[in-house]
Design a binder for this molecule. Structure first.
Ligand SMILES: *Cc1c(COP(=O)(O)O)cnc(C)c1O
Length: 395
């Protein structure tokens, strides 16, 4: 039987594993030994679900979109992660991981962030749990993301601008790993997506799987069956997609469509279409598909959407793509922008630019009229207003 879950060594097919410096060996193996028992303990489940309900605002609605259905020729539902506290799915993971950290006796949290969304979600739960929080962020990103930096500081986090390399996400990640190496005893590193060394991809996927657990219940109520014909999600590192598909991986009736960021075009040299352009390598602790030069230097990715602008892809998704369990579609900047403006005008929902990539992918599939489609709207568009307004001024 084919399985898409992680094996005991932390691999999904040929992808995954834990490629870490010796000094982190103990932190990572401690987490490997502890995480499943913690996630499956009654106390964790109680605390996690209480916070998801009363603090995050779950379950997030499953909204039937008449407009999208008419346009696409299928029955289209939106899973509204944009309505969560802090505006995206990322909070599901940070709440779960801070509870894991507390259970493991950790007293300090670190994180890295690119656009600042994961930094804000981490700073938020650190304020909630009264834990000190340090967020590493490339200096270029600090300058580009003024509002998120100020939010993190207001929430009580220390934001450290990183001046090495290109001063963006991968440099911030290196710095966070360096911090973890020097404080392995008291510090938990909250990784924001289904990336990093085992057990992070599996842990994050399990924490985000609340998305597909809710879809099952909500679809059963609305359609009389608990699975759709198609699931759509955008992929940066892959966490909202992993949460969306988790409960359906072994159900062959459910087709999976992942939208990655084509940027200015897959062959333009300015793209973040990792699955199409990537080759196998090791990044941030796991073996996966990466955008790299022939001699293994990471290529700087590009997308209009900061959350999809990552040179790697989670090992779960690298495996799903290589096994052909998931279909991967590259969506370019202009297509995502168009889909975002259409959803705004037709439904009164301003989506995050990341989520707009999944919306644009709807147009690339020929549906049957009876098909049931669930698309995860990973976040709201407040953080992208400047980009949207610049586009309006251009038109
Ligand atoms: C961060 C982010 C993403 C991309 O991250 P994944 O781990 O691939 O889900 C997508 N959508 C929104 C709104 C985000 O903030």
């Amino acid at each position: 039987m084919q399985t898409f879950s992680v094996d005991e060594k932390g691999y999904y097919g040929e992808f995954g594993g834990a490629y870490i410096p010796e000094i982190l060996h103990k932190c990572v193996t401690d987490l490997q030994y502890a995480y499943l028992d913690i996630l499956e303990s009654e106390q964790f489940k109680r605390d996690f679900h209480a916070l998801l309900r009363d603090y995050v605002g779950r379950p997030s609605p499953l909204y039937f979109s008449q407009q999208l259905s008419d346009r696409s020729g299928a029955r289209i539902y939106l899973k509204r992660e944009d309505l969560n506290h802090t505006g995206a799915h990322k909070i599901n993971n940070t709440i779960g991981q801070i509870l894991v950290a507390r259970q493991m006796g950790k007293t300090r949290i670190i994180a890295e962030t690119g656009a600042g969304q994961h930094g804000v979600a981490t700073a938020t739960v650190c304020a909630l749990m009264q834990m000190p929080c340090t967020v590493y962020m490339g200096k270029t990103d600090v300058e580009r993301q003024y509002v998120n930096v100020k939010k993190m500081e207001m929430l009580g986090a220390t934001v450290v601008p990183v001046t090495s390399g290109n001063m963006t996400l991968k440099d911030a990640t290196n710095e966070a790993i360096r911090d973890w190496c020097t404080h392995p005893e008291d510090t938990h590193y909250i990784i924001g997506s289904t990336i990093g060394p085992h057990p992070y991809p599996d842990m994050v996927a399990r924490l985000q799987s609340v998305i597909s657990k809710e879809i099952k219940v909500q679809l059963a109520e609305k359609e009389g069956r608990d699975y759709p014909d198609y699931l759509f999600a955008c992929v940066g590192g892959g966490s909202n997609a992993a949460g969306t598909i988790y409960e359906y991986l072994d159900n062959d009736n459910v087709k999976i469509v992942l939208a990655e960021a084509g940027g200015k075009g897959v062959d333009s040299g300015e793209s973040a279409a990792t699955i199409q352009l990537g080759s196998i390598g090791v990044l941030h602790g796991c073996k996966t598909l990466l955008m790299q030069t022939e001699d293994g230097q990471i290529t700087e990715p590009y997308s209009i959407s900061a959350g999809l602008d990552y040179p790697g892809i989670g090992p779960i998704h690298a495996n799903l793509a290589s096994q052909k369990r998931a279909q991967v579609i590259a969506v370019n900047d202009d297509e995502a922008l168009k889909a975002a403006f259409e959803l705004t005008k037709n439904e009164g929902i301003i989506p995050a630019l990341e989520s707009a990539h999944a919306l644009a992918a709807l147009e690339k599939i020929a549906f049957n009229p009876t098909d049931i489609v669930v698309l995860t709207l990973s976040g709201r568009g407040d953080k992208d207003l400047e980009t949207y307004f610049a586009q309006i001024d251009k038109d």
